[in-house]
Design a protein around this ligand. Structure first.
Ligand code: UDP
Ligand code: MG
Length: 319
């Protein structure tokens, strides 16, 4: 199959039919073998019923249903896991993204990029609660990952399936896919997309999203910093703490021998405290190392690197 279009939906009953027609109208002239995956993220309205009704008429539409609301990223991930296409497109289900832009994404992938990211250059959202936090987040993500992307939060993105299916995603992580993928040396392109104001239904997010995005960013920063040898960072911290501890202990001894009337107990206490901290840091480093060596993350990153190498080899063999 050529293409899967993945759309997470949470309480989008009034957008559903319009969305379905917008997608099929955009895809029809392309003569591709495609599927549409609607992921109902535990909607409390008639989103699922309406989607299921459309799926009965159109076999190219598949509907995945969550029992409760898990969030946009898990919904996207479910779609990605079930997708059969070689190319995956993700987009919002509220018609803020425009399916008419899909061909631009396909063209970019044909040029050899692995991920194409939309840029809502004319974004139709609130300034204070949306556009400004998003600007700051994009700037931060660019600084931290070294991959300057103008609009990480734009859901309209296109991926080669083998890449995206090997990247672990959770929380609000769908915004960091390009940054995460950069670890595996992925080629990323950006294209300008249209953006419309939401006409039906309500936005599902408030300011609380900022907090989650910041936490995710911290995780990614840590991943990138200690990527292959997490022990290195911890050992460095342990060494510095160990030095402080030794200095305090030596100073305490020195004072004790000199019969100084200053309270050496404080220095001694500090020395012991820092020594304990150094040992704890070393243990954390070892744990981090074990987790990295046995955990999913390493497997998934290695898998994505292997996929990349295979592809490069296939290309150099001219297949
Ligand atoms: N969404 C979802 N689960 C959620 C929240 C949102 O599947 O818990 C979907 C929602 O239906 C929409 C997309 O994610 O298709 C983007 O959500 P929204 O439009 O509320 O975000 P905004 O555009 O305001 O950032
Ligand atoms: Mg929206």
């Amino acid at each position: 199959m050529d293409l899967s279009v993945i759309v997470p939906l949470y309480n989008e009953e009034d957008n559903l039919k319009l969305l379905y027609h917008a997608i099929t109208n955009a895809l029809h002239p392309l003569h591709l073998n495609y599927e549409i995956l609607f992921v109902d993220d535990g909607s409390r309205d008639s989103t699922f019923a309406r989607a299921a009704e459309l799926a009965r008429i159109d076999s190219r539409l598949r509907v995945i249903k969550f029992r409760r609301n898990y969030g946009q990223t898990p919904a996207m991930v479910a779609g990605i896991e079930h997708a059969k296409g070689d190319i995956l497109i993700t987009m919002d289900g509220d018609l803020q993204n425009d399916p008419k832009d899909i061909p631009i994404f396909l063209d970019k992938l044909k040029e050899g990029y692995d991920i194409v990211v939309g840029w809502r250059h004319n974004r139709q959202d609130k300034l204070i609660t949306r556009k400004i936090p998003s600007r700051i987040a994009n700037w931060l993500i660019g600084k931290i990952t070294g991959v300057p992307i103008k609009d990480n939060g734009c859901s309209l993105k296109a991926y080669r399936a083998n890449f995206i299916q090997s990247i672990p995603l959770y929380s609000e992580m769908h915004r960091f896919i390009p940054a995460m993928a950069s670890i595996a040396g992925t080629r990323i392109a950006e294209v300008k997309v249209s953006h419309h104001a939401r006409r039906h239904g309500k936005s599902k997010y408030g300011l609380s999203r900022i907090y989650k995005v910041l936490l995710d960013l911290l995780v990614i920063k840590t991943l990138l910093a200690f990527f292959s040898r997490p022990m290195v960072g911890f050992a460095l911290a342990a060494m510095i703490t160990g030095l402080v501890s030794s200095a305090a202990l030596i100073a305490a001894l020195f004072e004790a021998f000199n019969g100084s009337d200053q309270p050496t107990g404080v220095l001694f206490g500090l020395g012991v405290l820092y020594a304990a901290l150094a040992i704890t840091l070393l243990f954390w480093g070892m744990l981090a190392e074990i987790i990295y060596r046995t955990g999913d993350l390493r497997r998934e990153v290695l898998a994505s690197l292997a996929a990349k190498n295979q592809e490069a080899e296939a290309k150099s063999l001219g297949t």
